[in-house]
Write a protein that binds this ligand. Structure first.
Ligand code: PLP
Ligand code: CA
Length: 323
């Protein structure tokens, strides 16, 4: 593997780099910090465009610069809890103008995979959702029927009647042909047991994304990938994942924009999601931003499976080639 090329803020190489690409796919987030930490700066912000609610300096200007040069910008995030509308609100709130069509969150890529690629015949095209309202919103937009999700009747302990009803199938909807697992903040034994019964009866197993962790503050919480683990454990099956680095997400983006992969660059902070996504998708380039989780030592290690083609210390260094 070739060594990544360092683009410093004052390097002429930045202009050359920008000229190579027409489309930039942007990873969005890093880790969420608590409000108090943001005020005190006790914990460093980690991300590409922003870290939780903290926008990195120069993000707006860098995106403006790319657009002013006629580049297409697409926001690609594994966050399954938000719909594209939710993301657009976030972008607007941060002063980043966006078109809803430029946003690819894993809830959206899951919905279009189900409606446009999987295309199960009705009535067995109903989805049992483990996840939040962002997934429901995207399924609704694509006219995909679903149950589960934020249904409050599932937020409870299991009763003996539930055990019996799941065992004999009387509590199950015969139209469910898909189980979609995303990050569900109300996951419980009843939901896992219900999802398992659908899988046992032959439902297609999908996951919005397989991020094992949700980085927050100085620690981690369970990510969407950890919600599927009991089901993987029980069934021995692996879900088809619709987030980075899965190429199902790349195909969905390409299906929408018909971009030239050789003139597209993936920008991100994680080697095993963003950079892998770009390399396996055969993109013309990958750019690692060092304000995120990855440090140079990670790809310099002999065990590194993926190496970016380029790297910058921070995203706004790309403005160096604008003059
Ligand atoms: N999943 C959840 C629930 C998140 O909140 C985030 C980041 O905020 C991610 C995944 C990772 O998103 P990204 O692909 O933008 O780094
Ligand atoms: Ca990220």
């Amino acid at each position: 593997m070739a060594q990544p090329k360092y683009l410093t803020s004052d390097s002429a190489a930045i202009g050359e780099f920008l000229d190579k690409f027409d489309v930039f796919l942007f990873d969005c987030d890093g880790k969420e910090l608590f409000k108090q930490e943001l005020q005190t700066g006790v914990n460093p912000c980690v991300g590409v465009l922003w870290s939780g609610d903290h926008l990195f300096e120069g993000t707006v200007e860098t995106l403006e610069l790319l657009r002013s040069k006629g580049k297409k910008v697409v926001f690609v995030t594994n966050n399954s809890t938000k719909s594209r509308q939710d993301y657009q609100k976030k972008l607007t709130g941060m002063g980043i103008p966006s078109n809803i069509e430029e946003i690819f969150a894993s809830a959206y890529s899951s919905a279009i995979y189900i409606s446009r690629i999987l295309k199960l015949p009705a009535p067995r095209n109903k989805v049992f959702v483990l996840g939040e309202s962002g997934i429901e919103q995207e399924l609704r937009t694509e006219n995909v029927p679903f149950i589960g999700g934020t249904d409050p009747s599932l937020r409870r302990d299991m009763t003996p009647a539930d055990f019996a009803g799941l065992a004999d199938g009387s509590m199950l909807d015969p139209d469910v042909g898909i189980v979609l697992a995303g990050l569900d903040f109300h996951v419980n034994y009843l939901k896992i047991s219900t999802a398992y019964q659908y899988l046992r009866r032959g439902a297609v197993f999908l996951a919005t994304n397989l991020d094992s962790t949700l980085p927050m503050s100085h620690t981690f919480f369970p990510g969407a990938g950890s919600i599927s683990i009991p089901l993987i454990n029980m069934t021995g099956q692996k879900p088809t994942a619709l987030g980075k680095p899965s190429q199902a997400m790349m195909d969905a983006i390409e299906g929408k924009f018909h971009f030239d992969r050789s003139r597209t660059c993936m920008v991100g902070d994680r080697l095993d999601t963003d950079i892998q996504f770009g390399i396996e998708g055969g993109l013309g380039g990958t750019l690692a931003v060092l304000t995120g989780v990855t440090k140079k030592e990670h790809w310099e290690s002999p065990d590194a499976s993926f190496r970016p083609a380029y790297y910058v210390d921070k995203l706004s260094d790309l403005r160096g080639g604008s003059s």
